[in-house]
Design a protein around this ligand. Structure first.
Ligand code: SF4
Length: 100
């Protein structure tokens, strides 16, 4: 029998929150914009995505994931790319302040 003790451990528990996501099975185009999207089209799409996120039972987990891996594309945890970028920047600055 092969020795599997050195293989990576199963990580299902890391991702199983996604099974309860309100966006599961929905059109991903609501959460990820096309390259040429601008102005009111973007605002409307982001608003629709945020409405889905607002009723999502794993919103906090999703947001924390997006911040921890510094997601730069799409709506995550009810936040737009601009909002995510702002929080990521704040976290980086706060981290630098706490580094000895
Ligand atoms: S918070 Fe929004 S993007 Fe995240 S899993 Fe829930 S519905 Fe999907």
């Amino acid at each position: 029998m092969p020795d599997v003790s050195r293989l990576p451990r199963p990580v299902a528990e890391t991702w199983d929150w996604q099974l309860r996501a309100a966006c599961r099975g929905q059109d991903s185009a609501v959460f990820f914009h096309p390259g040429n999207e601008r102005g009111c089209h973007r605002e409307e799409r982001e608003s629709r995505a945020k409405q889905v996120c607002a009723r999502c039972p794993v919103l906090d987990r999703c947001r924390e994931h997006a911040l921890s891996v510094e997601e730069s594309f799409g709506i995550w945890g009810g936040l737009t790319e601009v909002e995510l970028r702002s929080l990521i920047t704040q976290r980086r600055r706060a981290g630098r302040r706490h580094t000895p």
